[in-house]
Design a protein around this ligand. Sequence first.
Ligand SMILES: *Cc1c(COP(=O)(O)O)cnc(C)c1O
Length: 440
Amino acid sequence: MKYHSTKNTAEQHSARFALVHGLAADGGLFMPKEIPVLPDSLIEMFPSLSYPDIALAVLAPYFAGEITRNELKTLVDSAFSFPVPLKKLDERTAVLELFHGPTCAFKDFGARFLARMLGHWSESDGRDVTVLVATSGDTGSAVAQGFAGVPGTRVVVLYPSGKVSRVQEQQMTTLGGNITALEIRGTFDDCQRLVKQAFVDPELTTALHLTSANSINIGRLFPQVVYYFWAVAQFTRQFPGLPIAPAIVVPSGNFGNVTAAVIARRMGLPFGPLLAAVNRNDTVPAYFRNSVYEPKPSVQTLSNAMDVGDPSNIARLWRLCGENAAELKHEFDCFSCSDEETLRTMSEVYRAFGEVLDPHTAVGYWALAERRRAEPELPGILIGTADPAKFSETVIRATGAVPSLPPQLADCLERTKRSIPLSNRYREFADYLLSLDSAA
Ligand SMILES: *Cc1c(COP(=O)(O)O)cnc(C)c1O
């Protein structure tokens, strides 16, 4: 399989190049040159396969010729080692719970898989890869947890001291081993500036093999394609004989998960309408109405992981579907939900099913209900993106219920924090990184 940048389709890169670089030199996003189509006979077997077996079948074509099936199997078994339940809400609705990994949100799938791929390649190089991440909280904890204990990799997370939540800080500072947390006396912008400067500092880039593992890395998107195949397979088992194919409903911010669903459809997965659910950050629904793409500054909402005014994956959707609103609309529908509607949905779902949804997943439930005004019988698979315990204040406000803390969060809250305090001066940061190299 060959890869190109969304800005230059004439390029030919390997999967390894795309994953190691993350972002193309021209600022575009990497995409595979073609989307492989799986035979129907294979997809029909999926309801009897395990999650890692489905992952292997879906992911193998993207790395053909670069990694053996056995090597990929080992990486996949280790990346997806937690349950992925499809929980039934009523006779035609189920939630795919993607939040049973280490940070209790779906980003674990991408981070854990990318970590293992980069680790695999750097081992064959005989040189560790050093991942630098500046974070205001969520990205850093997902990357730190994703790479923890992966041979051939080392993560250095920079976070602004006193400006991340306690859970996030614990998730970054209690792992030890190949994960180091730098507690910067400064702001998130300082952290980002330090990391950017490191990537263009010849002294550092010679001494260390630096990479960024950021959220637009195509290596984080592929593992998200897998769970749509798993979801439809489980839905088929749990809801036999439904005459209509289920909708898939995706709470969305940067539209990575929607892009993954479009890729799954292109690979041959049969399902009904694809619904993207956004909060008040409604750049894409406005684009669908006006046919003009106008990025906006993001506004803060209760579903804050979706507070995105210029979704980065729009460039990938244009490549996949065609570069105008009509072509995208053909592929998925988009609904925008207010904070009031989010709270009301959380309360209604709790009263109807005794089920607590986090605010992001609730935005999705609301979108499904909107679509059902026209199509009441439409079955639906709702993508559950985060554990409600991560948003307990909002959950308590909406439902009165106190969500129980998942064991992996409770456990990390009890561990001892270990961070290295640094100023926001570049020299101090660079010297620290150089000292790591000689220690290795
Ligand atoms: C990142 C995130 C989203 C949005 O996903 P995208 O792929 O960026 O659209 C939704 N919910 C939660 C909890 C997230 O962390």
